[in-house]
Design a binder for this molecule. Structure first.
Ligand code: FES
Length: 110
């Protein structure tokens, strides 16, 4: 089996649909929703549901330092590493390996 076949790529959204400063929510069947963010030319994907409560992080504000603030209680996560940066967020958020293919954002679930 070659390297390519070992990847488990899932297409999420066209790059153009991800605005700067705002997250884009992507629903998936049978799996938790995702939040896609753009920082300059780079794209980052994390779980959409805050680890502190039932808030949608794609509705939060993305700061230029790479942190997104949760719309419920204002805690923050670094969208690049998933680290919880500001209270009351203490549990890291799950991140996904991203690929850009044909102007779309994909994640690699392998
Ligand atoms: S639900 Fe996100 S900080 Fe509380």
């Amino acid at each position: 089996m070659g390297h390519i076949e070992q990847e488990n790529l899932v297409e999420l959204i066209a790059c153009d649909e991800v605005e700067e400063d705002f997250g884009a929510k992507v629903e998936r069947e049978g799996a938790p929703p995702l939040a896609v963010f753009r920082l300059g030319d780079e794209f980052f994907v994390i779980d959409d549901t805050c680890t502190h409560g039932d808030a949608s992080l794609s509705d939060g504000e993305l700061f230029s330092n790479g942190e997104v603030s949760c719309p419920f209680h204002g805690g923050t996560f670094d969208v690049r590493s998933g680290a919880a940066c500001k209270y009351p967020c203490v549990v890291p958020i799950k991140t996904y390996r991203t690929r850009i293919i044909n102007n779309s954002v994909w994640i690699d679930l392998s």
